[in-house]
Design a protein. Sequence first.
Length: 242
Amino acid sequence: MSEEAFLPQVKRLIVGAPIPSQLAHQERFSRVTGLAVLSSDALSSVAYATEEILRVLTIGGVAALSLVTPIGAVKQGEKVRIMGSAVARGPLRTSPVLQRRCIGYRVVVECDEYGGFPRVHTVIEQEEFDSFVLADGTGQALLHGPFAIELKPVNHNQGGRNDLPPAVLDLLEERGVRAPVRGDPRTFTYVETVLMPGDAIIAGGYATIEVDPGGRSSHRDPPVICHLKGTDDARVVITRAG
């Protein structure tokens, strides 16, 4: 039997004999009946697909939020990660490169010297951070250094080129480091990181709880305030939220 004759027989066996054209109208749904019978599948897909998407996103969101403790729920001595808005306690500082008024800043300048093999070393590491407040809707926390600043730099030179701004050249001069010149085999790179008032951040460290004399920093009774105090061995880690 040829393939041309075999395939129609298989199709008829599976699907059945074709309906004569003059009887086809009897096998069709009217528009009203078809809408009622056939649209339920499409409607259910639209309705329940959204629900399933939200369910997955909710599970992921709850898992992420479970890693952060509300400030008002922090307990004495526990290691926590708290999230909120940074608030200055005192006068703002001025970052040396961008001249931004900020809570604190960190500037790192590195030099790559080629003496047969790459050798990178830090020539400037300047950081000034005062204690500051982190506030969320449940309370406030006082953050004390030393800090481990893991914020994204706001200023840096691209590609390791020696396109250093005057402020960085001044820092090199203050430290007694010879500034790069044309044809210099050394390559200097710099990064500047700043923490601005209102920045949303996450802070991690060990908490201590003290009674708040002012009574305005929490909803607890008696009012208390949370402290995250860093040490040389266990610094308070500061990262950007989101």
